[in-house]
Write a protein that binds this ligand. Structure first.
Ligand SMILES: CC(C)(COP(=O)(O)OP(=O)(O)OC[C@H]1O[C@@H](n2cnc3c(N)ncnc32)[C@H](O)[C@@H]1OP(=O)(O)O)[C@@H](O)C(=O)NCCC(=O)NCCS
Length: 214
């Protein structure tokens, strides 16, 4: 993967990643001004992709998009994959984690726009969100995956170490952590200059669970 750190106005704005078809996307933390982009992104998802992610097919309401684009940087965090289209950018993937009330293990959610699947983006987003979580002190994560969702289950098995699987009414809750030697766990903090995250923010008031949305 070709990675270039871009620094603008003293802020880490993300990193450029080249997908397996040669296309470039920027991986960066979500921002409040991504709310309209999130609505558009959700609108482009196929019913199947939307259902695999949300277990329902629904439109994202503007107020929900604003809430989802506004994370606290510790208990709730999201990374987006964005591509440039002329002067504008378009979101093509989102990874997110969030802590539910009283939970100590973040719930991870991941979705890649249909036309961008199978190009390595899901793997990159999973790596980024796990690495960001680990930098904030979380060592294990869980994800709720439909039992029929082979692609996500394969992705988790390939990239992470599966600690536990629990099946309930067609949904598998997968508890996982970085596989020994994987990039997320192997890269020392001091050499993570290419991460797309800024410094971990301090712990703040816990917001509502956010991983069940893009
Ligand atoms: C699950 C999901 C996030 C995976 O994203 P993705 O971008 O397709 O993931 P990747 O491209 O990294 O890997 C997926 C597959 O593409 C393959 N792949 C990746 N790059 C490839 C390349 N250059 N050439 C051929 N195959 C490639 C991977 O080997 C993998 O194959 P597999 O499915 O047979 O194991 C995506 O399919 C998605 O958004 N699904 C709907 C939402 C969802 O299911 N979310 C999970 C619940 S939280």
């Amino acid at each position: 993967m070709d990675v270039t750190v871009q620094i603008a106005r003293g802020l880490e704005v993300g990193r450029l990643a080249t997908l397996h078809n040669g296309a470039g996307v920027r991986l960066r933390p979500i921002r409040p001004d991504d709310a309209p982009g999130l609505i558009a992104f959700c609108g482009r998802l196929s019913p199947r992709t939307a259902y695999q992610r949300f277990f329902t097919v629904r439109r994202l309401r503007p107020e929900d998009a604003v809430a989802l684009a506004t994370v606290d940087g510790h208990d709730r965090l999201a990374v987006v994959a964005a591509r440039d289209i002329g002067q504008a950018t378009e979101l093509v993937g989102v990874a997110r984690y969030g802590l539910g009330g009283g939970d100590t293990t973040p719930d991870v959610g991941l979705v890649v726009e249909d036309a961008w699947q199978g190009l390595g983006l899901g793997t990159m987003l999973l790596a980024e969100i796990m690495r960001a979580g680990e930098e904030r002190g979380f060592s294990t994560f869980h994800a709720e995956v439909l039992a029929e969702n082979d692609r996500m289950l394969r992705l988790l098995a390939r990239y992470a170490e599966i600690v536990q699987r629990t099946v309930d009414r067609g949904v598998i809750t997968v508890l996982f952590r970085s596989a020994p030697g994987s990039r997320a766990s192997a890269t020392p903090l001091s050499s993570r200059s290419t991460r797309c995250w800024g410094s971990p923010a301090g712990r703040r008031t816990r917001p509502p669970r956010g991983a069940s949305a893009p």
